[in-house]
Design a protein around this ligand. Sequence first.
Ligand code: FAD
Length: 471
Amino acid sequence: APAIVWFRRDLRLADNCALTAAVASGAPLIPAFILDEEEGGEWRLGGASRWWLRESLAALSRDLEKRGAPLTLRRGDAQAELLRLVAETGAAAVYRNRIYEPWATMRDARIEAQLREKGVTAQSFPGALLAEPGSVCNAQGKPFRVFTPFWRALAKLLQPAPPLPAPKKLRAAPAPASDRLDDWRLQPKKPDWAQGLRESWRPGEAGAQRRLADFLRDGIGAYALLRDFPAKDGASRLSPHLHWGEISPLQIWSATAAAPEAGRSAFLRELGWREFCHHLLAAHPDMPEAPLDKSFTRFPWANDAAALAAWRKGETGYPLVDAAMRQLWRMGFMHNRLRMVAASFLVKHLLLPWREGELWFWDTLVDADLANNSGNWQWVAGCGADAAPYFRIFNPVLQGEKFDPDGAFVRRFVPELAQLGAKYIHKPWAAPERILREAGVTLGETYPRPIVDHADARRRALEAFATLRSR
Ligand code: FAD
């Protein structure tokens, strides 16, 4: 009887434990992907994720086809569709790699029970993380809430085996009926906002391997020095590939073995943050919705639709924040340093709830990831694990002068300031009228005036924060 390999967040053939086990079973295979548009509830796929998924599935389909086993596509409720596929094909086994979002672990447990009831073997495998959530604990047997000891403990536990090779040939079962990928309409409807995404990314396993190879060649050596400079492209840009499992953290870990030590350890530490966020989410299933520090449930957030719209559109009048928000819109991506600055601006300068930012990022990031997004938003807002203290308020002007000193990044994404020199590029309101005129900038017309004053906003944020402590 055939075996189904249920692809989900593991859109790769190499280092894929479920696929390797299915091949080893000797059964003829049915590789399948089910699009469940309702799964995740509030956290169903955002627009940028849908675009990525379409491209990644097209790549996976081609790779499977080349090995002789086409990908079967189905759409609908995951549980119902999987059971239907089992019934149609007489499959005796379902192999899958685990995903760890709270909604997914609950749903998958239900599906597994149903399959077993029908006498179908259901097997699940690791591979999305370096260590299983729950396996890295402190001396009291509890999950860590602080990153550094977590990372130390994980590194001690880790005994990385070499990643599994991709199977060369697959023995396919007769292919069941399949949807056509293009009928799923995962691409944006009009207007087509995906041009910048198409120019910036190559989704799929081959694209992920290419990115890794480029980064190992050009990036990792200077990673520790350059990763904070958005104009330098010093980071790996592997995050969407990791999110969709086009590459595994184990593959990355082992591929970096020969890299220079300073770059390698700084880079792997960031992979450690990814692990930390996933382990935190498993331990705190409400992390995407509720602050880990419960005192923040009474934080006096503002309600200001105009300010939120200005932030989303990159029209706050702070060039670094605006460049960051426009990079997000254009590329479906934002540099890590800028995520911290733009997020801090939302929750501290504008006093808007971190959940608003979390939702916007969810819809617009190609690497939108429930654990990393919620973990980091809480971190910036000061209510998360090992969080930046609330009173540390990024100054967007100083951040710009430090991390985009010549303004190259701002000029790239905020073209209306392109003619302004480095001295005023991060604070155009401070420039003499003549300089603005020569640069073709009219504040309030060609480029917005700051929607809040930094000093006032800082004071307001600290006062709001003080209300938490004073009750
Ligand atoms: P690199 O610097 O090359 O790092 C390598 C990998 O480590 C990344 O691909 C990523 O998987 C992981 N990583 C790096 N930094 C972090 C971090 N702070 N937390 C968790 N994992 C990390 N990352 C996402 O993958 N999805 C998100 O939805 C997401 N939302 C974020 C929201 C906010 C407010 C902030 C401050 C950060 C968020 N991050 C998110 C984390 C981080 O910004 C991105 O992972 C990183 O910018 C991706 O670029 P890179 O692949 O070049 O990273």
